[in-house]
Design a protein around this ligand. Structure first.
Ligand SMILES: [Zn+2]
Length: 306
């Protein structure tokens, strides 16, 4: 395998050859529209910092986040070096255009939508639909959920995002077939707030076809609502133990960081934003049938619907 120090210095987003051979980029305006933003900035321009910085910090990998309106999950989109689009979860493809991506997402949502829940029953009033929408997601899942369900859902979403980053890493390091890393599991993650910047640090495990497992570190920055940038993605050796105020101050003492402090941007300031690290907690009821029935009764009372 490749030397770990090299991996940590390499940026996940950029094979050496790409510095001199710009790859095709999607239409910014179209991607912007797809992802619902008017201030979209593409990956190629995110390195337009001063020249001295650009030489040591190649363009960074950007993962795009599509949040279907009315749903509870995100779909991550990665653009490979040939300009094809990959979705996480896998919705077919790779896709040659964003129009194809959009159609695949529409098909996916149509398939997921509950087949009978939203059919209007004879006599259903508008308020019946309002109550149903307050209780259920489009696929019939109950809207509120337990702590464990929140944790599990968060892990699933972050796993998809890390899989997308790892696939870019494999591509950039020319690791294909049996040599490619496969995502295995998230071990830890921590949000870090520094000034007005937000970072997330991850430890996750990978495996290869021959059964070898490795530990990885990733630092991901939220550029904006629908754009995640990987500052770092690298293998961690068992003897590495880089220091990170951000993780320690938020209680995540088990996250292993690269030894090289400049391998990651966040976590070097000894600041603590107590509202930053915790996951958002929705209201808690377990989503069991009894709880749903109680919540429905409460809503019917509030709305005055028998
Ligand atoms: Zn950290």
């Amino acid at each position: 395998m490749v030397n770990n120090q090299d991996l940590c210095q390499d940026h996940v987003g950029e094979p050496p050859s790409a510095r001199t051979q710009p790859q095709p980029q999607p239409s910014v305006s179209y991607l912007s529209k797809l992802l619902g933003t008017t201030t979209f900035k593409d990956a190629a321009t995110s390195s337009s910092s001063p020249q001295a910085v650009a030489e040591t910090q190649p363009p960074k990998t950007t993962i795009y986040v599509k949040k279907p309106p009315g749903w509870y999950f995100s779909i991550y989109i990665r653009i490979d070096r040939s300009g094809s689009f990959h979705t996480y979860p896998h919705l077919g493809g790779p896709f040659k255009s964003l129009q194809e991506v959009e159609k695949a997402i529409e098909r996916y949502l149509d398939d997921k939508r509950h087949k009978t829940l939203w059919k209007e029953q004879s006599g259903d009033s508008g308020m019946e639909i309002v109550i149903k929408k307050a209780l259920y997601w489009p696929d019939g899942r109950t809207r509120r959920c337990s702590d464990n369900q929140v944790v599990e859902h968060t892990r699933e979403q972050k796993s998809l995002m890390l899989q997308a980053l790892l696939d870019t890493y494999n591509e950039d390091h020319k690791l294909f077939g049996d040599d490619a890393y496969e995502f295995k599991d998230i071990l830890h993650f921590q949000s870090i707030g520094e000034g007005n910047m937000w970072y997330k640090h991850f430890n996750f495990t990978t495996k290869t076809k021959d059964g070898i497992e490795d530990l990885f570190f990733a630092e991901v920055k939220e550029e904006r609502d629908n754009e995640l940038v990987a500052n770092t993605l690298c293998k961690i050796e068992s003897n590495e133990n880089g220091h990170c105020y951000g993780c320690i101050n938020n209680g995540s003492i088990d996250i292993k960081h690269p030894d090289k402090a400049d391998a990651y941007s966040g976590g070097h300031l000894d600041v603590y934003l107590p509202f930053g690290g915790g996951s958002r907690r929705p209201n808690t009821w377990t989503g069991s049938k009894e709880d749903v029935a109680r919540e429905e009764a409460r809503l019917r009372y509030i709305y005055g619907v028998k």
